[in-house]
Design a protein around this ligand. Structure first.
Ligand SMILES: [Zn+2]
Length: 296
C-alpha cells in the first residue's frame, strides 16, 4: 500500500506540474518543440505553418479575450484573412497606432510568429497597452503558409500587388479594409531566404529611426554592404547604414503604407532565412519592439 501511495504521489506530481505553468508558457513550449539545432531554409515550415498559426491565434484569444478582437476581412483561396485589433486599454493618453502585416510570403513564417508575439505582449503587459494600439494582419497568405509557397493561390507575389489594376485577392481585401485609416507606424514582417543577417527597408529617409532601432541587435546580425562602406549595396538593395536599406520594388505593402495611407514611418523587416528560426525569431521580435519603443 505504501508503495502504491508513493507511486500515486509521483504520478500526481507529473500530471499537475505542467498545469501549474501558464498557458502562454505551454503555448511557447509547443511552438519550440518543432525546433532543431540545424535548419535548412526549406525546413522553415517545420517551425511554423498555417495549422500552428491558427492554433496559436485561438490560444491567444482564449488567454486574452478582453484585449484582442479577431475578425475575418474576407477569404482568399477559401482561407480566412484574419485581422486582430487590440482593445480594453484603460489609459486616456494618446496611443501610438501601429499597423502590422506578416505572412505575405508563405515561406517566411518567423514574421508570422513575431506578429503573434506582439499580440501576446499586448495581452500580458498593461504598460504596453496604455501606450500602443495595434491593428495586425498576422497571415496575409494562408494558402502559401500552408504549402511553404512564396506566392498566393493565384500564383501572384502579393508584395508586388499593392498597385491599382494589379491587385491580388489578398491585397485587394487588405486595401479595402484599410482605406481611410491612419497610423503612426507600419511594419511589414518578412524574411530574406539567401541572407545571414537582418535588415530593414524604409520608405524614405526617416530621421534615423531605422538606424537607431536596428542597434537593438548586435553588429554581426545586421546586414553589411558589399564593400563595408555607406551608402553601399547588397543583393540589389541600397544600404545607408548597417541593416538599413531602400528598395526600388513596386507594389509592396510598405510603399502602399507610405504612399497611399501616408503613414510617416513604414518599413519592411527582413529576417535572415539562412539562420536557425529560433535565433532569428528572438532577434526579429527584439527589433520590432525596438522600433515601437523608439516612437513612444
Ligand atoms: Zn517576403
Amino acid at each position: 500500500v505504501a508503495f502504491l501511495r508513493i507511486w500515486l504521489l509521483l504520478l500526481s506530481f507529473v500530471l499537475v506540474a505542467p498545469g501549474s505553468r501558464s498557458q502562454g508558457a505551454r503555448s511557447l513550449q509547443k511552438c519550440h518543440s518543432y525546433l532543431q539545432t540545424e535548419f535548412k531554409y526549406g525546413e522553415h515550415y517545420l517551425y511554423f505553418d498555417w495549422l500552428q498559426f491558427q492554433w496559436h491565434l485561438k490560444e491567444l484569444q482564449t488567454l486574452y479575450p478582453k484585449f484582442l478582437s479577431i475578425e475575418t476581412i474576407g477569404y482568399a483561396g477559401q482561407y480566412p484573412l484574419y485581422k486582430v485589433k487590440t482593445t480594453g486599454a484603460t489609459s486616456r493618453q494618446r496611443r501610438l497606432r501601429v499597423l502590422v502585416t506578416a505572412g505575405t510570403h508563405g515561406t517566411e513564417p518567423v514574421g508570422v510568429a513575431s506578429a503573434l508575439d506582439l499580440l501576446e505582449r499586448y495581452g500580458r503587459d498593461k504598460s504596453f497597452r496604455d501606450k500602443v494600439e495595434l491593428v495586425v494582419f498576422p497571415a496575409l497568405n494562408p494558402w502559401g503558409l500552408s504549402r511553404f509557397s512564396r506566392r498566393n493561390q493565384q500564383g501572384v507575389d502579393i508584395n508586388r500587388s499593392f498597385l491599382d489594376g494589379q491587385e491580388s485577392e489578398n491585397s485587394r481585401l487588405l486595401m479595402k479594409d484599410l482605406s481611410g485609416e491612419s497610423f503612426d507606424l507600419a511594419l511589414d514582417l518578412h524574411g530574406a531566404r539567401s541572407f545571414y543577417e537582418h535588415f530593414l527597408i524604409r520608405g524614405a529617409a526617416d530621421g534615423g529611426l531605422a538606424e537607431n532601432s536596428i542597434r537593438a541587435i548586435s553588429k554581426k546580425d545586421r546586414l553589411d554592404s558589399e564593400t563595408g562602406e555607406y551608402p553601399g549595396s547588397f543583393g540589389g538593395y541600397t544600404l545607408f547604414n548597417e541593416g538599413v536599406s531602400e528598395s526600388s520594388n513596386m507594389g509592396t505593402m510598405k510603399s502602399y503604407a507610405f504612399d497611399q495611407l501616408r503613414i510617416p514611418y513604414a518599413y519592411t523587416f527582413e529576417y535572415p532565412g539562412k539562420v536557425n528560426p529560433r535565433q532569428t525569431h528572438r532577434l526579429n521580435f527584439r527589433l520590432v519592439m525596438s522600433m515601437i519603443n523608439h516612437l513612444l
